[in-house]
Design a protein around this ligand. Structure first.
Ligand SMILES: [Zn+2]
Length: 203
């Protein structure tokens, strides 16, 4: 003699079945959407050039090629779909990311872990409240009149006693090429060292 299951057991079983069905379906479509958005098989001009390294024929390094693409882009922004990367030189985008909606662009756990040994839990390697607290501290510290005055004196002295002498010297040698990018990079590095420690590193 067969015993029919009570109604509440049937309802419970149906509910569990529907719950697992929707959970599995939702997870599956989420994963599908994630991979579709990654465009791992994208064959646009930029991705194709990246995959085949055809850019090597015209440019010495990746940065030069990216700079060329950014110059050509009307929005000053390019996408490397297969890497999931977006590169921008548009000031409005940069302001949006680092000021207006900064919270939308966390560095993330991967970035923090990779640079953890070098940057620790400092302002350049944290997100959220920890970042906000350190930013306020840095702003108070670096915005003071005494620090700005100190930096102004050091930068002025560096310009007067070193940078202008170097440029004068280069101007007297018309046949020699002066790498201004290298000069300004060294100038910035020297100033940062002197403002922080009072010393300039000499290699
Ligand atoms: Zn692409």
């Amino acid at each position: 003699m067969e015993v029919e299951a009570p109604m509440w057991v049937l309802i419970q079983t149906s509910f569990l079945f529907l719950f697992f069905f929707f959970t599995i379906s939702f997870s599956f479509f989420s994963l599908l959407l994630y991979f579709l958005r990654m465009k791992l098989w994208c064959n646009c001009d930029i991705c194709h050039s990246y995959l085949t390294s055809s850019w090597v024929g015209k440019f010495d390094n990746l940065c030069d090629w990216y700079t060329h693409l950014l110059r050509q882009s009307p929005t000053k922004t390019i996408h490397i779909h297969i890497l999931g990367n977006t590169i921008t030189a548009n000031p409005e985008n940069v302001e949006h990311m680092i000021k207006t909606r900064f919270d939308n662009y966390p560095k993330g756990k991967t970035f923090s872990t990779i640079l953890g040994d070098l940057l620790g839990r400092g302002i350049f390697n944290v997100d959220g409240d920890l970042w906000r607290f350190q930013r306020k501290m840095a702003s108070l510290e670096l915005g003071s009149v005494s620090v700005r005055s100190h930096a102004f004196q050091i930068v002025s002295a560096e310009i007067e006693h070193r940078l202008l002498h170097l440029l004068d010297s280069a101007a007297g040698k018309p046949n020699e090429i002066l790498d201004l990018q290298d000069v300004f990079r060294r100038f910035a590095f020297d100033n940062i060292c002197k403002i922080h420690s009072g010393w300039i590193l000499v290699a």
